[in-house]
Write a protein of this length. Structure first.
Length: 326
């Protein structure tokens, strides 16, 4: 893709959740290092995919970028505005431009509210339009996401999982945002519905000029929707490249293992494919390994990997990696 203007810039982002003990006088005894120093950017009208195993910090990254979690350190810029320096009141004014699509369509919709109230809520909070104009906007949004506008007075329990996620997407679009964090928006859906939701997101991006951070663990689906893909392991980025470059010229051993685990639709290619099987489980983010966090499972690790943390650097044009051996 052509090089677009940067919309979101993340600089050395850190989010640690404190672990405390004691009932009356609480004392911090440790921290969960969910996000541990990320630097990357997201360009206008592109989709950046963020992949990794469960518990690696993907969702926390998305929430911290939008300041739903305040970072421990680091900076996040939306265009020229430093989000990390804004107060909650100042951030509220920017919520029209940056939005979030939640993972679970069953938990993210209030079962006591109608579709009309759910989608119109952002408009009401920001005092946009009259009640009649809001209802017109809700009907317009339902049509945009492929639902019947006549469903406005129904409740969430009357819809399937895929339909509920479309309602969540409509709610995120209500304020005409420019940037949306999609937090595993298809992981709770049936496989037959996942492609429909991804195709809808792509269609909306083309029509509305949206920018996405698309968080997922399904590499095949991420490749389908993303322009570039970032791979995350235990709070850190290990590789970032264009989607085709990442698949055709994989550099980091962890990315190679993820790709080898993803099934291919070609039976002949599947039989010839060599699997990279990682030993052991993911270490605890409370006490991550020294040096390279991946060295305890890496098939090519050397002594330097156990001691020194690899530098996040650009190996080739727009291909970033954090590995001593690449």
């Amino acid at each position: 893709m052509t090089k677009e203007k940067v919309l979101i810039r993340v600089e050395n982002l850190v989010k640690h959740f404190p672990i405390t003990e004691g009932i009356v006088f609480q004392k911090q005894v440790g921290a969960v290092k969910a996000v541990d120093g990320l630097s990357f950017d997201i360009r206008e009208k592109e989709t950046l995919g963020l992949v990794g195993e469960s518990g690696c910090g993907k969702s926390t990254t998305g929430r911290t970028i939008l300041q739903m979690h305040r970072p421990t350190s680091g900076k996040v810029y939306y265009r020229d505005t430093e989000l990390t320096a804004l107060s909650n009141k100042e951030l509220r004014g920017l919520r029209t431009d940056i939005q979030f699509i939640f993972q679970d369509p069953y938990a993210s919709l209030n079962p006591r509210k109608t579709v009309n109230n759910i989608i119109a809520e952002p408009l009401k909070i920001h005092n946009i339009g009259t009640p009649e104009e809001r209802q017109d906007r809700v009907r317009e949004l339902l049509s945009l996401v492929g639902l019947n506008p006549a469903f406005v007075n129904r409740y969430p329990h009357e819809f399937s999982g895929g339909q509920r996620q479309r309602i969540g997407i409509a709610r995120a679009l209500a304020l005409n945002p420019e940037f949306i964090v999609c937090d595993e928006p298809i992981s709770a859906l049936d496989v037959s519905v996942q492609a429909q939701v991804v195709n809808l997101l792509k269609k909306l991006q083309r029509e509305l000029g949206l920018t996405y951070l698309f968080i997922a663990h399904d590499l095949s689906m991420v490749r389908h929707i993303s322009d570039r893909i970032a791979v995350m392991y235990l709070g850190k980025l290990v590789e970032l490249a264009g989607r085709d470059e990442l698949h055709n010229n994989t550099l980091h051993p962890y990315t190679q293992a993820l790709l080898s685990a993803a099934p291919t639709p070609n039976p002949a290619a599947e039989r010839k494919r060599e699997r990279v099987v990682l030993q052991g489980g993911v270490p605890s983010p409370v006490n991550p390994p020294s040096g390279c966090h991946f060295h305890t499972r890496c098939p090519i690790a050397e002594d330097i990997c156990k001691v020194d943390e690899p530098v996040w650097r650009e190996i080739e044009n727009e291909h970033w990696v954090a590995c001593h051996l690449r």
